[in-house]
Write a protein that binds this ligand. Structure first.
Ligand code: AMP
Length: 279
């Protein structure tokens, strides 16, 4: 496994690959867990080589405190990446990526950016678009793997690739969960013991919401979830929405031809957790 911190050196290595070598790319912010590894394993199966980036992207954080406290574990990450036979790791510094201009590009994601996460995390998706576009330009992958855990992000990237004619195939990957249902996340490591104990309530509620959505109207389901969360003093609901998968528009009237998904964001103490489920 080769590890690069400089754009020039990783580009040189990629250029030196035999013509026709297919590259699968998994962008991450490190603090790797089995959810990340599931993307890498999939990329490994579908490509000749796999490139993983580790970069805690400052421009996608709306709160400085969140950026500072984001977990970092580069040594453990590299061991995990070796264990799944990752070929190339690109782990640049912020200076390498942004020089002295730590700013996002302004994107138009056709309105996807104003929903859910976009409402609560100012500038987040411009930051995501900026770094993913930049990383795609550097790595030039054939395919890039994104988790449905961050479903809105996945749709934003698909939109960016389409509107900017970026020649990368975006591969969505299922949410990888702990045995108790909690969606794996680098942030889980920062939960207190008590918050960790109640956190599986989020997915349990999503599963019940899915059942209810089969027999009740969407508004009832939304109210039911809001009430359920009130019963958990350790969890604070930020939003619960049922939206069309493709456009992320909030559901109005159920249409049997549409695909819907339920999205949730919850604070467990200071830690913000998100999850979603296909309905
Ligand atoms: P992050 O390091 O949080 O930026 O995540 C890097 C990639 O891994 C993103 O595409 C995430 O959606 C994906 N990912 C994170 N957690 C999970 C999970 N539990 N299951 C599937 N994919 C995940």
């Amino acid at each position: 496994m080769l590890v690069f911190a400089k754009i020039k050196s990783v580009q040189q290595k990629i250029k030196s690959l035999k013509k026709g070598t297919s590259i699968g790319f998994v962008p991450t912010m490190g603090a790797l867990h089995k959810g990340h590894l599931s993307l890498i394993e999939r990329a490994k199966k579908e490509n000749d080589i796999v490139v993983v980036s580790i970069f805690v992207n400052p421009t996608q954080f709306d709160k400085q405190e969140d950026l500072i406290n984001y977990p970092k574990s580069i040594d453990a990450d590299l061991s995990l990446l070796k264990s799944v036979y990752c070929d190339i790791v690109f782990a640049p510094s912020s200076k390498e990526v942004y020089a002295d201009d730590v700013k996002s590009e302004n994107f138009n994601f056709d309105g996807l950016e104003f929903k859910m996460e976009g409402k609560f995390r100012d500038g987040h998706f411009n930051g995501v678009g900026t770094i993913v576009k930049r990383l795609f330009e550097i790595v030039k992958p054939n395919k890039a793997y994104f988790g449905e855990k961050d479903f809105q992000q996945l749709q934003i990237i698909r939109n960016m690739v389409k509107n900017h004619n970026v020649p990368v195939k975006i591969v969505p990957c299922e949410i990888y969960r702990e045995n108790d249902g909690l969606a794996m996340s680098s942030r889980n490591a920062r939960l207190t013991e008590d918050h960790r104990k109640v956190a599986p309530f989020i997915y349990k509620t999503l599963k019940l919401a899915k059942l209810k959505f089969g027999i009740e109207n969407a508004l009832n389901v939304v109210h039911w979830v809001e009430n359920e969360l009130k019963k958990q003093p350790l969890l604070e609901l930020e939003y619960f929405e049922i939206a069309e998968e493709e456009t992320l528009q909030t559901i109005k009237n159920k249409n049997s031809k549409q695909k819907y998904r339920a999205f949730i964001a919850v604070f467990a103490g200071k830690i913000r957790l998100i999850d979603n489920i296909s309905l």
